[in-house]
Design a protein around this ligand. Structure first.
Ligand code: GLC
Length: 668
């Protein structure tokens, strides 16, 4: 498939310039920002909404569909409406609960599998989906409304045993290939539908500005124009036209500003002017809306907290952004789902009751365990007038609209799953292609790459033979740390790929490289890695260092054991972010940023080694999606060692030379 070059001349700068032209009015408006951060205020002033470019949404209203929506909602009781707005985790609810309480949605949080069997088959997943669906269609409602199951399939159908895992988004950003991203969306949708699931909580559209954030790898890039372009392609891949048996509902997340929090703190405060919120953090949503995305997930972060204590006003209670901007100005007519118990972070709220969040524009509430209490308390909130029935009817209408559009009323997802091939969750060739395109060559001063096949090779490093380390977080479990190679059922580590490529008899593996006579070998490949993490557990909290070897000394030790002995060293680094790595780069003749490649590390071997005829098989085409830090403290955009867009190739070399290692730690 020819690489569709990333073509957008359109850039975040162009958007900012457009806004800059209105800068005085934006600046004047900033003084009022705090008045729009609290949900009780009236709709936003028109001039403030006008600063948001109007989106070119793909879908127009359908009168017949809207009539069906109105008819269904008009016949629902209050309890049925609130049940429809409730999303519970499969570990905390049964199909009978769904029937009795009119539950509208379920999810499987990371580490939840059917009957808690981590090796559950696609058929097991589909059977459970079928049971929940049947229960939802067996209520005493005037019109049955089917349940919708959402899952975090964020790099393939990553919770499911045997599913192929694609590179995480940071690697896809390095590939600069929107067509590839659309094909990955297509493949992920097919895998989800093979398990009876019709809603995927992807893509993440964070435009990460500080790699300290533990979710940096879920972001495509710090470049808003790239994120916008990818958003549209990924959503088209997932949703298709919402009518095929392999289409799913997509989710643009997390709205808004999740990648811009102060010092990259997860769920922190995004302190930026409105102009930056629009020109940087909102760009992915323009792309997703252009592709007709049907759901948006609200973000944990706050925006310009108003000094209202440690947490400030959270996004989940920000009516200006959730309703006036997203639903009003940008015309989004799908539904907004909360994040995991996130409504409890809004001032004066708890996880079972938050009128401010519902009134601000949250339509469906992810309340994994306490769903029954949420229904009870929220029914009471409506009865006591804290939430107008008009807002409830709008929320339920949005949910029913998406379910009608996605064909959920027409067939049990388990039935369509049964018609799909058993290997629908596998797509190793596409994943391997993505891995090849994601690799960024940072250094190759002595031009040691590509390696010949007829060599004696030493492989070192803890990352060489670990599917877990190469897959990162959101892999079979939430954190991705409780896995052995056997927990993946499919996939190839770089070590096994190298053995397959040049013959196991030519390969010696030593995790530490200690005591090895390196001079017996023609070359060394060192595979270094961060250990997997997800969300806040991956934060590098300021002033902690961005230096990889300070956090993982075993990797520096492995390089010290093999470098400087006249034998070329090729280093491959698995990481969820750009890092300070001058010491590692100095000890490497060639250095490859491989991000988190997923299950198919064979794509790395495809690029590192020559073909049997001695020619290069695949050249490096990846480009940095984020700047590479110059010091152990700076992150994106501040004093880059390698700028965003940097990447060498066999055809295009640049000498890196020796880099400074002794650098001052982060000043408070
Ligand atoms: C998490 C994440 C969100 C995910 C949700 C369900 O907290 O913030 O991205 O979709 O919960 O797992």
């Amino acid at each position: 498939m020819p690489r569709s070059r990333w073509k957008h001349a359109f850039s975040g700068l162009a958007i900012a310039a457009m806004l800059w032209g209105s800068w005085p009015s934006v600046r004047a408006q900033e003084a009022h920002s705090e008045t729009f951060a609290t949900p009780q205020v009236a709709a936003a002033a028109p001039e403030r909404l006008a600063l948001w470019p109007v989106s070119a949404r793909a879908r127009q209203s359908d009168p017949l569909l809207e009539a069906r929506v109105a008819a269904i909602v008009s016949r629902m009781t209050l309890e049925q409406k609130i049940g429809q707005m409730t999303q519970a985790d499969i570990r905390s609810i049964t199909p009978e609960d769904v029937r009795r309480h009119y539950i509208g949605s379920i999810l499987n949080g990371g580490g939840a599998w059917p009957n808690m069997q981590r090796r559950a088959s696609p058929a097991d997943w589909a059977a459970l989906s079928g049971a929940f669906y049947t229960a939802s269609m067996s209520t005493d409602m005037a019109t049955q409304v089917p349940i919708i199951w959402g899952t975090d399939a964020v790099h393939g159908h990553n919770n499911v045993y045997g599913a192929t895992l694609f590179p995480h988004n940071i690697g896809l950003g390095a590939a600069r290939d929107p067509d590839l991203v659309q094909r990955i969306g297509r493949s992920t949708a097919r895998a989800a539908r093979a398990t009876g699931i019709t809603w995927v909580f992807a893509p993440t559209l964070a435009v990460v500005q500080d790699q300290r954030w533990g979710r940096s790898y879920e972001s495509f890039s710090s470049d808003p124009a790239l994120v916008r372009d990818y958003a549209a392609h990924y959503v088209r891949g997932l949703q298709g036209d919402l009518n095929a048996a392999s289409d799913v509902v997509a989710t643009a997340k997390h709205f808004l500003g999740d990648g811009g929090t102060f010092r990259g703190a997860d769920q922190g405060d995004t302190r930026v002017p409105l102009s930056d919120l629009i020109a940087t953090h909102a760009q992915g949503y323009y792309g997703a809306l252009e592709a007709n995305v049907q759901t948006v997930m609200a973000s944990y972060n706050s925006w310009n907290e108003t000094g209202a204590g440690e947490r400030g006003v959270r996004m989940h209670a920000n009516r200006y952004l959730l309703t006036d901007v997203l639903k009003g100005r940008l015309g989004f007519d799908g539904f907004v789902v909360s994040d995991w118990n996130a409504i409890e972070q809004a001032p004066g709220c708890r996880r079972t009751s938050c009128p401010d969040a519902i009134n601000a524009g949250i339509d469906m509430v992810m309340v994994p365990e306490d769903w029954l209490a949420f229904i009870r308390d929220t029914v009471e909130d409506v009865r006591r007038g804290a939430i107008p029935m008009s807002r409830i009817d709008d929320a339920v209408s949005r949910i029913v609209r998406v379910k009608l559009r996605s064909g959920l009323f027409d067939a049990n997802p388990a039935a369509t799953a049964a018609a799909m091939p058993a290997d629908a969750i596998a797509d190793a060739e596409l994943a391997r292609e993505a891995v090849r395109e994601s690799l960024v060559l940072l250094k190759d001063d002595r031009r040691v790459l590509p390696l010949r096949r007829g060599i004696r090779l030493l492989v070192v490093g803890k990352g060489a033979d670990s599917l877990s380390l190469q897959s990162g977080g959101w892999s079979r479990t939430w954190q991705g740390t409780e896995n052995t190679n056997e927990d993946f059922a499919t996939g190839e580590t770089l070590l096994t790929a190298i053995q397959r490529t040049i013959g196991p008899e030519r390969v010696t593996y030593s995790e530490t490289g200690a005591g090895i006579n390196v001079r017996r070998f023609d070359a060394v490949i060192a595979v270094l890695a961060e250990t997997p993490y997800a969300e806040m557990r991956g934060d590098i909290a300021f002033p902690a260092t961005l230096s990889h070897s300070a956090r993982y000394p075993e990797d520096l030790a492995a390089l010290d054991a093999v470098s400087g002995q006249g034998v070329p060293v090729v280093t491959v680094l698995y990481s969820g972010r750009t890092l300070f790595a001058n010491d590692l780069i100095n000890r490497s003749d060639a250095f490859v940023a491989a991000w988190l490649p997923g299950t198919e590390a064979g794509g790395i071997a495809d690029v590192l080694f020559r073909a049997p005829n001695g020619r290069a098989q695949h050249d490096f085409t990846g480009r940095l999606p984020f700047a590479w830090p110059r010091t152990p403290c700076d992150s994106v955009g501040h004093g880059a060692r390698f700028q965003i867009g940097y990447g060498l190739s066999y055809a295009r070399q640049r000498r890196v030379g020796r880099l400074p290692e002794a650098l001052a730690p982060c000043a408070q």
